[in-house]
Design a protein around this ligand. Sequence first.
Ligand code: NAD
Ligand code: UDP
Length: 307
Amino acid sequence: MTRALVTGGAGFVGRTLASRLLDEGFEVIVLDNLSSPSPLGPPEGVTFIEGDVVDPPDLPGTIDRIYHLASPASPPRYLLDPIGTLLTGAEGTRRMLDLAERHGARFLFASTSEVYGDPTEHPQREEYTGSVQVTSTRACYDEAKRYAEALTYAYHRQNRVAEIRVARIFNTYGPAMAPDDGRVVSNFVNQALAGRHLTIYGDGSQTRSFCYVDDLVEGLWLLSNSDVTDPVNIGNPEEMSMRQLATIIAEEIGDSGVDYFPLPESDPARRRPDITRARTLLGWEPSIGLAEGLVPTIHYFRSLIDA
Ligand code: NAD
Ligand code: UDP
């Protein structure tokens, strides 16, 4: 039986991926320090080990695959601890690559569209080198992920980890998100469910492209089974402004009005993945549009309130 380690597997994407791996017949170990867990925690059926990737405990048995997702992910969370965010990306990734080397494991790194920074190329192809302002507040996350990608390729080039995969994940939403993690979909849905004003930062003209979590996990699964070592964008190219997103959520749940707040520093003006590589090399593309994906997402957040 294939044994997989999912770091960050108590979080939103990690737990959804861990569930999928269990369904595929894998034995799954989750390593997570519970700094930003999903309210659902790690899925039933995994071996859960509480610990930090920066200073990991000994893990029992052999490991065939490592899905390395552990990192603060929402801007308010990573901005709370910029040094910790940089260390998680740098030292945490080094420790997980060392582990992959010891076990001869395949290593998948969960990178991000933030490696493109505030992009001057649109949509973003994997070849685009990005536009990150290194002195900006967001750089703690962006540069940690850029360094971690570079480290992953260095381990590969120096023949220490033979099998590497790098997924550049774009904005993802769905059940298992933490309602208070500060990202826009969880904020807007929970504000609307509570009858509060939606909080739009800036004038709301900035764009994002939202991918439903099951589509993302399918992409990660296909990438991890492929032989593609180049980075691959995984995201949904359905792009919209935050004002449009607010309108859609108000239509789904009820119109509770909006308030405008200052735009956070170096908040990217627009973002949309070019997914040609994923389509061509993995045969992957998202199948769930925002209107469809919001239904289970709203249902999930409502169930947390009713619980
Ligand atoms: P999340 O915050 O829900 O989950 C992250 C998990 O990692 C949490 O359970 C947290 O406790 C754990 N963690 C954080 N630092 C750790 C450490 N040092 N040691 C051990 N565990 C640690 O976030 P998510 O949305 O599930 O993101 C998962 C991964 O995907 C992250 O690497 C993130 O950068 C990447 N990603 C996510 C998105 C998205 O839209 N969800 C977009 C781009 C990239
Ligand atoms: N945003 C917003 N209101 C919120 C939370 C976020 O308008 O309550 C904006 C944020 O400024 C950004 C976009 O929504 O322009 C996406 O933010 P999120 O934190 O979800 O992801 P990221 O900025 O990492 O893409």
